[in-house]
Design a protein. Structure first.
Length: 221
């Protein structure tokens, strides 16, 4: 789905201005939301974050904090799964506003599962893999237009690049919307910045990780 969530490469917004020593979370509730997300991902619940975020209305998306998007996405996901109801969420909002402390429990098994999420991931493809393209191969990104979730940024669609690195196969993002279990090879593709933004000074290269189904062969000429 194409929406305001895919802002990469878009012009007309203010420049990103990182603050020196900026904290990872600006408010305590943001850190709590991050912790809740990790805990939910450590369970066997089938919760997808991005497809829900993509359905947030444009003005609301642009005028609300990053972690509020996470909160609303997980709330909707839990409601869709039948784990919670909207009425139950509303009741808890009122209880917390009234000063009640949120419930909590300690589960060492879940703690270890969450910690394991921070372990390094080997992105190298296994021996004998089935990558269609080789390093150095010119490719062109397909012009994808779909109503379901995907991870092909709009600003590289139709652009020509060169395979920089082979990556391990991974679950295709479209699985999150269509309920599939397709796994396919991935690549790091290098693009000249002038291919993406003609007014670039020509000194930059942009690296983007892409699934194989997003790529087509491009003539070496």
């Amino acid at each position: 789905m194409d929406g305001i969530h895919d802002m990469g490469g878009m012009q007309g917004f203010r420049p990103v201005a990182p603050r020196r020593d900026e904290p990872p979370f600006h408010e305590p509730w943001e850190g709590r939301m991050h912790g809740i997300a990790l805990t939910l991902w450590a369970t066997d619940l089938d919760l997808s974050l991005r497809p829900q975020i993509e359905r947030i209305e444009t003005v609301h998306y642009l005028t609300t904090p990053y972690y509020q998007h996470w909160q609303e996405a997980f709330e909707q996901g839990l409601v869709d799964l039948g784990t919670l109801t909207r009425d139950e969420l509303d009741v808890w909002v009122e209880r917390l506003r009234a000063g009640e402390r949120p419930p909590g429990r300690r589960d060492q098994t879940t703690v270890e599962l969450v910690r394991a999420m921070f372990d390094p991931i080997d992105h190298a493809p296994p021996a004998g893999d089935s990558h269609r393209f080789t390093v150095g191969r010119p490719v062109r990104v397909r012009r994808i237009s779909t109503t379901i979730h995907n991870r092909c940024p709009r600003y590289v669609r139709g652009a020509r690049g060169v395979v920089e690195r082979l990556l391990a196969p991974a679950r295709a993002p479209e699985n999150e919307d269509d309920g599939g279990d397709r796994v396919e090879p991935c690549y790091t593709v290098a693009f000249r910045a002038t291919e993406l933004w003609p007014d670039d000074d020509g000194t930059h290269t942009v690296l983007v990780d892409l699934w194989e189904s997003y790529l087509d062969e491009e003539d070496r000429a």
